[in-house]
Design a protein around this ligand. Structure first.
Ligand code: ZN
Length: 256
């Protein structure tokens, strides 16, 4: 039997408790809607939320997570820096990370990208058309040339991110803007996918195509190779001819 992919879906889980429209769309939270939507026999899905101890991201959870999904919006500042540090280290060591929608402004995404991650926005329930730029990529399998979301929040350029390692989707909005909606990054051994759809007052996480892409991205981002980053002093493989030359050495005592 093949090993299942351990997926942890993290959600801030605040709007669903305080906003009636959001509560109606996602009575159990967006994390549960996503989990139900991507459920499959090859995935082992768990949930974690902001208000749990350690935001639900204990060492035990992080050590057994292959892919972490991140949805946050109004409480990015409440996420503890030490948890962000741990998540960041895990990504560098090979954990996959999917950053969803307003997660663009999360501490973890800013740390991953090293940029401000700002963008333009408008909440007018307009149409969005997402163009599939990479039809051969694992994330876009069974998606077609494009798909549409009838009512969504607009995100517009300029999106302040580094040039993605691969741009997977570009959105066009009814109001005229465009946006880099699907972006792939690699950091250390970790694969990261930023995926734009997901505004909390629209039924985005009930959209079959959106869920299909998230499921594809989970499988793409997972890796069985995980390793700590160390910086070892290395013995030469060949005999060195420079051995007798009296150059100075630096850092030997410190082991660096
Ligand atoms: Zn939003």
């Amino acid at each position: 039997m093949t090993k299942k992919i351990n997926v942890t879906i993290w959600n801030e889980f605040r709007h669903e408790k305080s906003n009636e429209a959001v509560k109606k769309l996602y009575p159990d939270g967006m994390h549960k809607a996503i989990g139900k939507g991507i459920a499959a026999s090859d995935l082992n899905i768990r949930y974690a939320t902001l208000d749990e101890p350690e935001h639900g991201l204990t060492d035990e959870v992080l050590n057994t997570t292959d892919v972490l999904l991140w949805w946050g919006h109004c409480a990015h500042g409440e996420v503890k820096d030490e948890i962000v540090e741990k998540v960041h280290r895990k990504v560098l060591e090979g954990m996959g990370l999917l950053v969803l929608h307003s997660g663009h402004f999360s501490k973890i995404f800013k740390k991953i990208t090293g940029t401000n991650c700002s963008l333009k926005w408008r909440e007018e329930a307009e149409k969005e058309r997402l163009w599939n730029l990479e039809p051969s990529h694992p994330i876009t399998q069974d998606i077609g040339d494009y798909f549409e979301i009838p009512n969504t929040e607009m995100y517009g350029e300029r999106f302040d991110i580094p040039t993605p390692d691969k741009l997977i989707f570009v959105s066009w909005f009814e109001g005229g803007e465009v946006f880099r909606s699907g972006c792939v990054f690699e950091r250390g051994y970790g694969k990261i996918f930023y995926f734009r759809p997901g505004h909390e007052t629209y039924p985005i996480y009930h959209n079959e195509t959106v869920l299909k892409i998230i499921g594809n991205a989970v499988r793409w981002a997972h890796s069985d190779y995980k390793a700590e980053h160390i910086c070892p002093q290395s013995k030469p493989i060949e005999t060195l001819t420079s051995k007798d030359i009296d150059f100075g050495k630096a850092g030997i005592e410190q082991g660096v």
